[in-house]
Design a binder for this molecule. Structure first.
Ligand SMILES: [Zn+2]
Length: 414
């Protein structure tokens, strides 16, 4: 989808994420790679390097469309430059400083560019009026969870703040991709409460996007690229805190409203003792830890690991359908559940780009009331009668997603 943006020179484009900028979902906006882990050169197997496979960080900085993306905000500084003692992000083996290379390229193109590393630098009032190309990397690895960010001047911005500044810069002709990427990470650790906090942070970014754009000419798409093995279960009473215990079994065993099918929460919720019981069924039940002390109140521990039904070191993604929500021009084409490849084509259709570039009536042309910005009309009948073309040009697009699959589906192997 993002490639469509760059096929049309008038578009500005941006990527905003709370993960490493080279992580699976944001990388799908600019990279072509056989494996999501090939974020820096040392992650590519020697045998594959011989085929000329290039790591995602270099693709972002050196190739089309990455080097022409106007706004790039996220984490993962270590992946692009020197080792920063971050064990969970890969370390370059080629000694390249890709941030420096990015600046050199922008300078050679005579562009107004800026590199920022802190919240204060990003929110500097002077940034957006004088910048056309902005690179911001705010952490060596992922940006910390929203409630764990450092809020000082040298800290990290929220997803909402990054979205705000991205739209400021892209407001000349914006298209963007915003990812609340750490919802996924909290789920993998069965940290339900942190996952919900990250959803709230994502929601604020959506609100910011809606407030700063005009739905007459801006399509906004909100979706997830996959689900998690996560469930709201039981019969909690109305008003019961969702992070707490939902109810008890007839025998008095309390259970949480939010639970996982698998993940580390299995062992954490089991006792090591085979506690005595009156029969084998009760004996088995007695190996579960007693949560009654939590009552219906929310534990103050936001890092409480929620129950999982099967042990895994990291909880898996889920396989069910995820919804797509959309508003703005042609927003009615995306609602509820769709086959995934329909989504980028609907977005391209709204923008009059890619396969639909010649199927739009361009602004200023004839045809009465339906040729300018805003709500276009499908070819054929309109209220005014027959209109043989579609007027949707000059629209903008913002895609907001919570995490990997559907954008990767339009990526290719390197
Ligand atoms: Zn995941």
């Amino acid at each position: 989808m993002m490639r469509f943006f760059y096929d049309v020179a008038i578009f500005y484009a941006g990527i905003v994420t709370t993960t490493r900028i080279t992580h699976a979902t944001p990388a799908a906006a600019y990279g072509h790679c056989a494996h999501r882990d090939w974020e820096c050169d040392t992650k590519i197997p020697e045998s594959e390097r011989a085929f000329g496979c290039k790591d995602l960080a270099r693709q972002l900085v050196e190739d089309e469309p990455g080097r022409n993306i106007n706004v790039i905000l996220g984490g993962g500084e270590q992946v692009l430059r020197a080792k920063m003692n971050e064990s969970k992000a890969c370390v370059r083996g080629d000694g390249q400083d890709l941030v420096w290379n990015w600046m050199q390229y922008q300078r050679a193109q005579k562009r107004k560019y800026r590199y920022v590393r802190t919240r204060e630098q990003l929110l500097d009032e002077g940034v957006h009026p004088s910048t056309d190309f902005l690179l911001g990397l705010f952490a060596p690895n992922h940006i910390p969870y929203d409630k764990e960010r450092s809020l000082g001047p040298y800290g990290q911005p929220s997803l909402e703040e990054m979205t705000h500044q991205a739209i400021n810069i892209l407001s000349r002709n914006p298209n963007g991709f915003v990812e609340g990427g750490r919802i996924d990470h909290a789920h993998h650790d069965n940290l339900a409460k942190i996952a919900l906090e990250e959803v709230v942070a994502f929601d604020k970014a959506i609100q910011k996007g809606l407030a700063m754009t005009n739905l007459d000419d801006t399509m906004i798409v909100v979706t997830a690229d996959h689900s998690h093995a996560f469930s709201m279960n039981g019969y909690p009473k109305r008003g019961n805190p969702i992070e707490g215990v939902g109810d008890k079994t007839p025998e008095g065993f309390a259970y949480q409203t939010l639970s996982y099918i698998n993940g580390p929460g299995y062992t954490i919720h089991r006792t090591t003792n085979n506690m005595p019981g009156t029969n084998s069924t009760l004996q088995t039940r007695n190996t579960w830890k007693d949560l009654s002390h939590l009552g219906v109140n929310v534990t103050s521990d936001r890092t409480q690991v929620h129950l999982a039904g099967f042990w895994m070191d990291s909880e898996t993604h889920g396989g069910e359908d995820v919804p797509v929500f959309s508003t703005g021009p042609m927003g009615h084409l995306l609602h509820g559940v769709h086959e995934q490849t329909h989504v980028p084509f609907a977005m391209a259709y709204s923008l009059c780009i890619g396969p639909y570039e010649t199927k739009c009536r361009k602004g200023g042309g004839g045809g009465g009331d339906h040729h300018s910005k805003g709500h276009g009309h499908p070819a054929g009948k309109t209220n005014g009668g027959s209109t043989p073309s579609i007027a949707r040009n000059n629209n903008n697009l913002w895609l907001l997603t919570t995490t990997t699959v559907f954008l990767l589906a339009i990526s290719h192997t390197c």
